[in-house]
Design a binder for this molecule. Structure first.
Ligand code: AMP
Length: 279
């Protein structure tokens, strides 16, 4: 089993020992309830770095809805068991007071890239993400950090943060891991009812069909409108957004010049699912 560490001073001591030996340190930040998507990041870290830290922290600052935070799954023992065979050195799972002690007063805010899409629908979300990620980099002193493309906008926010603050950590974005039926793996999938789980792959299917139509030259506004209708017809309750954007700056685009991404967020049975694909 990996060593479970709860406080920053102990973590720092361990990492200082590794660094004195010249070992590269990789970190995989997570909120736990681990699945194969998370494990793919751990494997990538393991491949590059002599030492690997997985952080498990359900960060209250990135939840804009208190009910969502309350029902977020917490499965630390099962998580540690999943990590054991992967050669993870340390699981850093701090209590809230260790991350946000009384008097905590700093917010890291990455403007521009944080504003549309998730930022528009989840006010404050990316401030919470940027703040905790900056802290986790400070706490772990990692040389490399691994994030999933599943959270595409988050990955761009983190890249911007690292560049702007000259943080000495190299970010790797790992591909989205999916269930056999195309549904992107997510800790939230466990909250889906049987019926909702059966409908959920329709989001990715509609996005793939829309991407193929756009690549084939169909007009973007019509295709995106049809994709939205398709997702709703399949049983989703609401489509918050389904849009075509430039891949790095996330600006609206209506044609394919340069790297383009399709991103979506939709609600089904009270569960919010997000996905994105290259077009
Ligand atoms: P979370 O625990 O949801 O905060 O996710 C922790 C990290 O795992 C983030 O960098 C996510 O982008 C990544 N991740 C979550 N789901 C997947 C997936 N299906 N494939 C690849 N990475 C993922």
């Amino acid at each position: 089993m990996p060593q479970i560490v709860r406080n920053v001073s102990q973590l720092r001591e361990i990492v200082a020992g590794w660094k004195a030996d010249g070992d590269a340190v990789g970190v995989v930040p997570t909120m736990g309830a681990l699945h194969d998507g998370h494990l793919s990041l751990v494997r990538a870290a393991r491949g590059d770095c002599a030492r690997v830290i997985v952080t498990i922290f359900v960060n209250p600052k990135q939840f804009n809805a208190p009910a969502d935070l309350l029902k977020y799954p917490r499965t630390e023992e099962a998580d540690a068991a999943l990590l054991a065979p992967l050669g993870v050195d340390v699981v850093f799972a701090p209590p809230i007071e260790e991350v946000y002690p009384s008097g905590f007063a700093t917010t890291v805010s990455v403007s521009g890239i944080s504003d549309p899409l998730e930022g528009a629908h989840r006010p404050g979300h990316f401030d919470g993400v940027a703040t905790v990620v900056a802290k986790l980099f400070g706490m772990t002193a990692a040389d490399r950090a691994y994030f999933g493309q599943k959270d595409w906008q988050q990955l761009q926010v983190v890249q911007r943060l690292v560049a702007d603050l000259n943080l000495a950590v190299k970010i790797t974005g790992c591909e989205t891991i999916r269930e056999a039926d195309g549904l992107a793996m997510s800790s939230r999938n466990a909250q889906l009812s049987t019926d909702a789980r059966a409908c959920a792959p329709a989001l990715h299917a509609a996005m793939q069909r829309a991407a193929a139509a756009i690549r084939g030259g169909a007009p973007v506004p019509l295709v995106m409108k049809a994709a939205r209708a398709e997702v709703l017809d399949a049983g989703f309750d609401e489509v918050e957004y389904i849009e075509l954007r430039s891949a790095l700056m996330l600006e609206r685009v209506s044609q394919l010049d340069g790297p383009v991404r399709m991103l979506a967020a939709a609600m089904i049975g009270g569960v919010r699912l997000i996905d994105n694909i290259a077009v």
